[in-house]
Each structure stands twice: as C-alpha cells, then as structure tokens.
Design a protein around this ligand. Structure first.
Ligand SMILES: Nc1ncnc2c1ncn2[C@@H]1O[C@H](COP(=O)(O)OP(=O)(O)OP(=O)(O)O)[C@@H](O)[C@H]1O
Length: 777
C-alpha cells in the first residue's frame, strides 16, 4: 500500500529526474549554440572578452578577475585557437600571452564536457617553477567557475604526494623534468585522452637545455591534440615543429607585433653604459645608491655572482631592501623571495636568468643587466620584466668595452631601441676597498668572491657568441681585485682544445701568483709540489669552522684528488706514488707514453710513498690474494707422475712424436715466437681495454664538470640559500623627484635636493630599513 508520504517521495524523485533531464538538455543546447557561434564567429572588430564565443563559466572568471578588454595577441589568437587550430603565438613581453592560451584551454575542456573520469585533458609546460606557479594562479582565477581539477607539478615537493593526486587531475601546469618523472614512474598516470598541449616560452623549452626531456614527454602524448606555442621570441624552426608533430603549414603563426618598429614594449626606455669589468660593481652600487625609491631587478650570469653581490651589498648598506633569487635556493625560499619582491614597493632583487622569462612582478621600475645577456632574445625577455601591460619602465645594460660593438649590432638587428648614457662623475663611488676589507675579514665572503670570479670567467668562456664575449680580453687580475680578492684564482677548463685556447688567451689570468694558489677551485695544472699555503689559507682553516669551511675543505680535498688523477695516478690512493720536491730520473720523458700503473712501479725506487691515511677496507683490499697476484710470475703448466712429483709437460711427451714436429731447436724458437705473438695480441687487447676505461673515466669526469657548469648557467637544482633583506626607503630628492644618476643625452641638470622624504613602512623589512637609514643619516 502506498501512503501519501511515499507518494510525495516518488513525486520528488520524479521531479529531480526531470530537472536533471532538463538541465542536460539545456547544457546540450548551450553547447550547440556555442559551437554555432564559434563557427560563425568573425574576429574582426572584436575587442571585449564579452564578445567572444566562450562559455559563461569562463566569462564569469574573466569578469571577476577584472579582465574586460582584450590585448592585441588575445584578439588575434583566441578566435583561431577556439576553432581548434595549432598556434604559434608571438607578442611582446607583458602583452597578455598567458590569457591567450588559458582561455582556449578552459574552453576546449568545457566543450568536450570534461569530467574527472576523463583524466588529463590539458598540459601546460613552463621552463621555470616560478613561471609555472604564476600560470597556475592565473588559471585558478579565470577558471574559478568551472568544475575542472587542476594541479601544479614543479618539483621541490614530495613526489609520492604528487603521484597520488596526479591521476585525478584534468589540467596540469608543470616544469619539464618533474612531469617526465611522473610519466615514467606513475603507473596510473594516463595521458591518452589529452586534448591540448601548451608550451609557454616555447623557444626556451624547445632549445638544447630541455631537448631530451621534451622529446621524451612528447612520446607519452597522443598525436591528435591541439598544440599551442607562445613566446615573445617565438620559434618557427621546422625541426622544432616536427618534434612536436606539428606541420608548419597546418599550424598558424600569429604575431601581434610583427610590423612594430621595435621588439620591446613601446613604454620601455632602454639605456646602455660602458663600464670596464673591474668597475661593474662600483657602477651598480652607485646606481642603487641613487635609486633608493625604486623597484629594481639586477641580472647576473650565475648564482655565485648573485650570492656574492647579495652578501656583500647587504653588508655595505646601499639603502634599499635587498633580495636574491637563483636556482640553487630551496623551493620554499624561492617562493618566499618572489612573493616578497612582488609585494615590495622599493626593493632590489639580484637574480639569474631564472627570473628572465615570463615573471610578472608588478611595477618594476628598472631592469639592470650587470652581465650582458647571452643573446638578443635573452635581452628582450630580461627587460620585459618591466614596462608590462600598460605600465612604463626603464632598463640599463652594463657593457664592457669589448662587448659593446657586438652586442649593439645584435640588438639593432632585433629591433631593440637602446641609447648610450654616461655616468656622472659625481655619482661614481668605489667599493673596492670595502670589498677587499670584507674578503680579508671574512673567509666566507672571500670564498664567495672566488666562486663568483670563476663562474663569471667560465660563463664568458662557454658563450657561443665569440664576437661579443672575448675571453682573451678579460682583465683577470683587475677583475679579481675588484671583487676584493688578493689575486686571480686559477681555473681548470675542460678539453685540451679549450685549455689551448685559454693558454693563448690569458696566460696571466690562469697561471696565478702565490696568492692565487689558495683559490678554492685551483685545479689548474698537475701539481708537482705541495701547494703553497698562504696566510689566507691558514686563516681559513683556523677561523672558518662552519658549513662553508667544510665545503671549502672538501673542495681542496677534491682538488688534490683531481690533481693526482691528472698526474696519471689513477690508483685508489693507497700506496700511490707522489713526486715530492724532486723530479723523476731521466726516464721521465719516455714514461709519458707508458701505462700509469707500470710507470708507478718503475718509479717506486726514486720517489716517496704517499702516507695519506687509508681506510681499513682499502688496506685489506690491497693486501688481498687477488691484489697480490699481480706481483707473482706467470704460471707454468705441470704434470704429476705416479709418485706425485711435478714435471714440465714436455717431459712426458713421446720422443718419436716430438721429433715428428721438427728439430728441437726449431720447435723451441717457433714456440717462443708463437707465444710472443700471442702475448703481444693479448697485450694489445689489454691496453685497448685500459685505454677505453681511462677514456670513459675522463669523459664521466668532464660530463660532471659540464653539468655543474650548466647548472650554474641555467639553474637546475636546489641548495640551501642565504637570504634576508636589509635597509631602507629614504630618498634625498627634490620635491619627490628621483635623483639622476646618469647624464641623459640632451637633458639639463637638475638641482640637488635637501629634503629627506620618508614613506610609510609597510613590512617589517621596510621598518628595519627605515630605522637603519635614519641612523645612517
Ligand atoms: N586583457 C587584459 N586586460 C588587463 N590586463 C591584462 C590583460 N591581459 C593580460 N593582462 C595583464 O598583463 C600582465 C602581463 O600579462 P602576461 O604575464 O600574460 O604577459 P606575457 O605576454 O605572457 O609576458 P611575457 O612574455 O613576459 O611572459 C599581467 O599582469 C596580466 O594580468
């Protein structure tokens, strides 16, 4: 029997089914309508997002994020991408490329009625973690009304935690290395349904540094998908497109500013100044002192330089809060620094090219390039951190006299309008003596200076464009002095071809005097003597008992090991032969061609035995039966008679049989010849194997060095970073106007100011800075 209660229940259930049915029908209608609008859509004359044929969910997200009018690249590319075409989008920095790919991405999944069960539908790849985080933030903002699940996979977090969630996501924003790790390791990570692949900063992602990783990622993706590539310096290389299974004819190239007179934003003023390498830090310090009320990004070529500048300038108190960002910092530190710099009104961030691309820090006033960029593309991306969207900004490039001509030509060819300025004499200030005092007092600073020196030289050496970067013209001694060092550290380079180049290039720079012997990376020539220990060495060993000093000691240990290996002594250290204070006897010349082990054995009588402490394991291994075998004579085959006595094998041979083979003397000679021949052959094989092993070992060693070098340049892994920020917000300026640090071409001088202007401090850093600066006054 059915009572009124159960009747009501039934009615409610039917109503809900009907509502669902109606909603489904409405959705289908809406979708059909959307598809119709897209196919009828005429992109001409459209300027507002509201006029685009997009879902109401994306419209809500855009509206709530206050995006109403489209930028050039958005106007040009969104209609095309909505129609499902592959796109190569190019537009100036800060012109809104992120929305140009995120809107179509959301729309594609919406139009495919994507649900959680459909798995991964869109993948966005960015070259750096910071940029990936930023893209993800924009995605969250404009995708807020959609019901897709999205995730950020950038490393620096627990892989297992990421792995557990990754298979449930519809949209992933990631860096190449980490996503490949998941693709290779996570069994449930299915990409077969993927509808859209986006490469932001595509030219960077497709270049040599990421080549293998990207090729491996592409292997995991379905061929039928939409691919969008965006960058301010777009790739059009057919080879690159083929790697992504894109046909140059099918993919649409959309350049928003192709006919513009410059490749950089119009509201960006660009200057360069000629400064010798040893004067660079003075110039930078002077610049900061005169731009205290500004938000400044300073680019250097390696993390070592960034750390050196940060640590020393922090002590010298230029009067502006200082921060630093490079790839060797921990992820948490990197996020913290980017957030703090984004929020700061006045600050200076020292950084490597990790911050060159895509980062959208609000209201950056100046981009200063302390070290010249490797090419014009990098220049464009670096300066693009200012003058974004409709803001204005300024950029300053420091060029050494030898870089000027080449760099100017490159920038001109890329349509970069840049003006030369000179620094006012009155604004110049030397910090050389301060740096020297710092290095003398503080071994850690000296250590950083050495590392900064070495990484700068290496960065110049490995540059491709030799017309701009002339290693031979580096004023090594003066440069080292300008960093506060007592002399130029010696540097070891990789191949013989390279070392020849260095030798010719700068004997002076690389040989070093006695002071330079204490360089932490002094791995130069094989050492025939104990390295000279200077007072700095002793000071280092005595004072510096913390982490850095441990690192330094390890470095020295490694250096000695490297030097030993370079000597040809590749044994594990135990009872290895070292030449101390005397040369080998006259056989040394011919020894160069013999095998290392044999050479050591022969020279035992003339040299001392290394008494380096060895581990028990090493000692035991060296005395083992196997190790001792090599000192025994060659074995002879013996036969035992009935009484158990041993005989040489020939004693048992039948005499007649023996004579059949020829005369005894001839047989003997033949046997000796045959055995000699056999020994020669075996020896050749042994030598070839040994040579191969040596080669492989050397290659591995070089590869490690090359990797380390590459990490320096392109920033790959994390390490504890030192950071903190300093000082103040005070400007001495006339009526709030900024003091001019340079003579701008054709502009009149301004009067000096005499008023101290103080801004309301916002953060603890600001407050600390303010109080310090007031004390300084
Ligand atoms: N239509 C728009 N209306 C208002 N602001 C916008 C619009 N599009 C983008 N922006 C803003 O412009 C700034 C730059 O955008 P975005 O980071 O996408 O530039 P980009 O072209 O990717 O730069 P880069 O080449 O340096 O990566 C951001 O702050 C963004 O919020």
């Amino acid at each position: 029997m059915s009572g009124p209660r159960s009747r009501n229940k039934k009615q409610r259930a039917t109503k809900s089914v009907n509502e669902k049915q109606l909603k489904r029908e409405r959705d289908v209608k809406e979708l059909q309508e959307l598809e119709r609008r897209i196919s009828d859509f005429d992109p001409k004359e459209v300027t507002a997002f509201s006029e685009l044929p997009i879902s109401k969910f994306t419209s809500i997200g855009l509206k709530q994020s206050h995006f109403t009018t489209m930028t050039e690249i958005q106007k040009a590319s969104i209609p095309v991408t909505l129609k499902g075409k592959d796109v190569l989008g190019a537009a100036k920095t800060g012109s809104g490329k992120t929305l140009a790919f995120l809107i179509p991405l959301l729309e594609t999944l919406y139009r495919n009625q994507w649900t959680q069960h459909d798995g991964l539908g869109a993948l966005v790849i960015s070259p750096t973690r910071e940029l990936a985080i930023q893209i993800f933030d924009v995605l969250r903002k404009i995708g807020r009304a959609h019901s897709f699940s999205a995730g950020l996979v950038i490393g620096g977090k627990d892989v297992q935690v990421e792995r557990d969630r990754i298979s449930r996501l519809n949209i992933l924003v990631c860096t190449p290395g980490r996503i490949l790790q998941h693709m290779d390791q996570a069994a449930g990570f299915e990409m077969g349904n993927l509808k859209m692949l986006v490469l932001d900063e595509a030219d960077r992602i497709l270049d040599m540094g990421f080549r293998k990783t990207i090729d491996a990622i592409i292997q995991h993706l379905p061929k039928h998908r939409q691919t969008l590539l965006f960058s301010a310096t777009q790739t059009r290389s057919v080879g690159d497109l083929a790697r992504l299974s894109l046909s140059p004819n099918a993919a649409e190239y959309i350049s928003a500013h192709e006919n513009a007179s410059s490749s950089t934003p119009t509201n960006l003023q660009q200057y360069y100044v000629i400064t010798s390498l040893p004067d660079k830090l003075d110039t930078l310090f002077g610049f900061l002192k005169t731009h205290l009320k500004a938000k400044i990004l300073v680019f250097a070529s390696s993390s070592k330089q960034v750390r050196f500048m940060f640590e020393t300038f922090k002590t010298l108190h230029p009067g502006i809060p200082l921060m630093h960002l490079h790839g060797r910092q921990k992820q948490t530190a990197r996020i913290d620094v980017t957030d703090r710099f984004a929020e700061s009104r006045y600050a200076c961030l020292f950084c490597t090219d990790i911050a060159a691309r895509g980062l959208d820090f609000p209201s950056v006033d100046w981009v200063v390039q302390l070290d010249a960029p490797e090419d014009a593309e990098t220049y464009i991306h670096r300066v693009g951190r200012t003058a974004r969207f409709d803001c204005s900004g300024r950029a300053l490039l420091l060029l050494t006299p030898s870089e000027q001509e080449g760099m100017q030509a490159k920038l001109e060819a890329k349509k970069v309008p840049i003006e030369k300025i000179t620094i006012k004499e009155s604004k110049k200030r030397s910090i050389r003596a301060d740096l020297q005092a710092l290095c003398f007092r503080n071994p850690e600073i000296k250590y950083l200076a050495q590392k900064a020196f070495i990484s700068y030289c290496k960065s110049i050496f490995i540059q491709k464009d030799k017309a701009i970067f002339k290693f031979a013209e580096l004023p090594a001694e003066e440069f080292a002095e300008s960093l506060g060092l007592p002399g130029a550290p010696r540097i070891k380079f990789l191949s013989s071809q390279r070392s020849k180049e260095i030798k010719n290039a700068s004997q002076q720079a690389l040989s070093g005097d006695s002071e330079s012997e204490d360089a932490s990376e002094d791995q130069g020539k094989p050492q025939t003597k104990d390295p000279v220990r200077t007072k700095y060495d002793r000071m280092f060993e005595r004072q510096n008992q913390n982490v850095l000093s441990q690192h330094y000691m390890n470095l020295i240990k490694d250096d000695n090991a490297t030097a030993r290996k370079a000597d040809g002594d590749e044994d594990d250290g135990f009872m290895s032969v070292k030449r101390r204070d005397h040369e080998l006897s006259d056989s040394s010349a011919s020894e160069a061609e013999t095998e290392p082990r044999e050479r050591n054995r022969r020279s035992v009588t003339t040299v001392e035995i290394d008494n380096d402490p060895v581990s028990n394991r090493q000692a035991k291994a060296a005395l083992s039966k196997k190790a001792m075998l090599k000192y025994k004579p060659n074995p002879t085959k013996l036969v035992f008679d009935d009484e158990g006595k041993p005989h040489a094998i020939y004693e048992f041979e039948d005499e007649d049989d023996f004579k059949k083979h020829g005369k005894a003397e001839e047989q003997k000679t033949e046997f000796i010849n045959r055995e000699e021949q056999r020994m020669r052959e075996v020896d050749m094989v042994d030598k070839a194997i040994a040579k191969e092993k040596r080669k492989e070992k050397k290659w591995k060693h070089r590869e490690r060095e090359r990797l380390a070098e590459k990490e320096d340049m392109s920033e790959g892994y994390d390490e504890e970073g030192m950071e903190g920020s300093e000082i103040d917000e005070v400007q001495i300026g006339g009526g709030g106007k900024r003091k001019k640090w340079f003579d701008e071409p054709g502009k009149a001088k301004r009067a000096k100011a005499d008023v101290v202007e103080i801004d309301q401090p916002k953060t603890l850093d600001d407050l600390e800075a303010l109080s310090l600066s007031l004390l300084n006054h």
